[in-house]
Design a protein around this ligand. Structure first.
Ligand SMILES: Cc1ncc(COP(=O)(O)O)c(C=O)c1O
Length: 481
């Protein structure tokens, strides 16, 4: 909850108490430089022991509640007919209004099933913006992915509050061009991940649904960050200020044919689900569930996580829970803007996104500015961020680079995990880094996987820049920090 202090300053207040903690430590600068070299300048390949604050992702890293942990203790491990599943199905019905629930082991498993059941070679899947695993599944199934967000999404200094909105004209033009038969579904992603965690409005969702229905195309909703999008609607969309998160969620879901989500985010567990009110879609998807995931009442998830997900679904309807990360991110973004550090505005859900094109404008995209910036952030702070730029795009079939629309270093704020002093520390080190940005140079691949290369690829620093950066840091802060 945002609280106004007597001096007028607004701060995000933690509406929870910290009762269990995990120790962390700050490796000194020399170790950070070595660790980055060992990790091949890929933050995915760092080990936890070398990380001070892990802002790689909010996926599976949110703090669970006492009630979620308690629910895990009463899980029913039955292979079939598991009672825990029925609790999840009840929570889905109550919170989201769907009568059919399919558990899956995580979000990409749902994407795999969607691709298997609905996508044919030559199809065109329309979405506001892609997510890495989503695109991989649909492209592997032979489809082309079209991202038809409004152009404003590429403006990293925008004041548009709904940059995740779909551009309806572009959608209609695409359907006319390719023919509705080639479009298996339209996918709307809540709090659009790869473009700065930007939400869409309920009005836009309604308009997309109306358009899709007029061509008989189903609407698929990626709800991995569903409660955060609902929170933004409450904060930013006229007419929703006094609606509850649950009312907004239900209004959103009334527009949706198939919902899928990674439970690792809004519901603070490790798992995923699909849900629908269509018996036809349910039967088509269910047929493949035992082949790829597991029986209908566990779908590849641990039953403990299923219990915790049922609780997490209800808890995410609490405004203070839905607001926890967005308000911290807003504060984080505001502090960086005050210090002149280029970040994506408006603040979104999931993370504070540093704009590498403006932070290191001297680096061409061929030298991976966002990847270099993520490596530099780690060296200067021990904070792990994630590259969300050209490295996160795979090459095309002819081996050419696919330059990303945005080059971002993403500092995720897992829900309820970090405190104000953590945020202030990162703000300080990012500000120092910005003042020393000329020291940051590019990266070059030394090992480059063909699919989802950002996970396991290894790179090297051009012109030994990382050692120069570490030296400058040590000069200002000493060898111990
Ligand atoms: C929007 C979105 N969709 C799908 C996924 C994939 O989910 P998972 O990591 O659980 O497989 C993610 C993961 O971060 C995501 O953010």
């Amino acid at each position: 909850m945002n609280i106004r202090l007597s001096n007028g300053k607004v701060i995000p207040m933690e509406m929870h108490k910290v009762r269990i903690v995990q120790k962390t430590s700050l490796p000194p600068i020399a170790r950070r430089l070595t660790a980055m070299e060992e990790a091949g300048y890929n933050t995915f390949l760092l080990r936890t022991r070398d990380i001070f604050l892990d802002m790689l992702t909010d996926s599976g890293t949110n703090a669970m509640s006492d009630n979620q942990l308690a629910a895990m203790m009463v899980a029913d491990d039955a292979y079939a007919g598991c009672e825990s599943f029925y609790k999840l199905a009840d929570a889905v019905k109550e919170v989201l209004g769907f009568g059919y629930t399919i558990p899956v082991h995580q979000g990409r498993a749902a994407e795999h099933l969607l691709a298997k059941v609905f996508v044919k070679p030559g199809d065109v899947v329309i979405m506001n913006y892609h997510f890495t695993t989503t695109k991989a599944h649909f492209v592997l199934a032979g489809a082309t992915v079209l991202e038809l967000c409004t152009d404003e999404v590429l403006n990293t200094q925008s004041t548009n509050l709904f940059k995740g909105n779909m551009d309806l004209k572009k959608v209609e033009d695409a359907i006319r061009k390719y023919g509705a038969a080639k479009v298996p579904f339209i996918r709307m992603e809540a709090t659009t991940n790869l473009v700065g965690g930007q939400p869409f409005s309920l009005q836009n969702l309604r308009d997309v649904k109306k358009l899709a229905s007029s061509y008989n195309i189903p609407l698929v909703f990626d709800g991995s960050l569903i409660s955060e999008n609902a929170y933004f609607i409450k904060q930013r969309e006229k007419g929703y200020e006094s609606k509850s998160i649950q009312e907004i969620l239900q209004e959103m879901m009334s527009q949706v044919d198939i919902l899928y989500l990674s439970g690792r985010k809004s519901t603070s567990v490790r798992g995923g689900l699909m849900a629908t009110n269509s018996k036809k879609y349910y039967d088509e998807i269910l047929a493949w569930l035992p082949v790829y995931e597991g029986f209908a009442t566990y779908g590849g998830m641990s039953t403990k996580e299923i219990e915790a997900m049922a609780v997490g679904l209800r808890e995410m309807t609490d405004t203070n829970v839905a607001a926890a990360s967005p308000e911290f991110i807003q504060y984080f973004v505001n502090r960086l803007v005050e210090n002149g550090v280029p970040v994506v505005t408006p603040a979104g859900g999931l993370a504070c996104h540093v704009d590498a094109k403006r932070f290191v404008p001297h680096l061409p995209q061929a030298e991976y500015p966002a990847g270099a910036l993520a490596a530099a952030i780690y060296i200067a702070s021990g904070v792990r961020s994630m590259e969300r730029g050209t490295i996160s795009n795979d090459r095309d079939l002819d081996g050419n680079e696919v330059y990303a629309d945005l080059e971002l270093a993403r500092l995720a704020i897992p829900r309820r995990v970090y405190t104000m002093s953590h945020i202030e520390y990162v703000v300080d080190r990012l500000t120092w880094l910005y003042q020393h940005r000329d020291l940051i140079k590019g990266l070059k691949f030394v090992e480059e996987p063909k699919v989802l290369r950002f996970f396991f690829g290894r790179l090297r620093a051009l012109d030994n820049w990382s050692a120069n950066l570490a030296q400058a840091f040590e000069k200002d802060f000493g060898p111990d920090f």
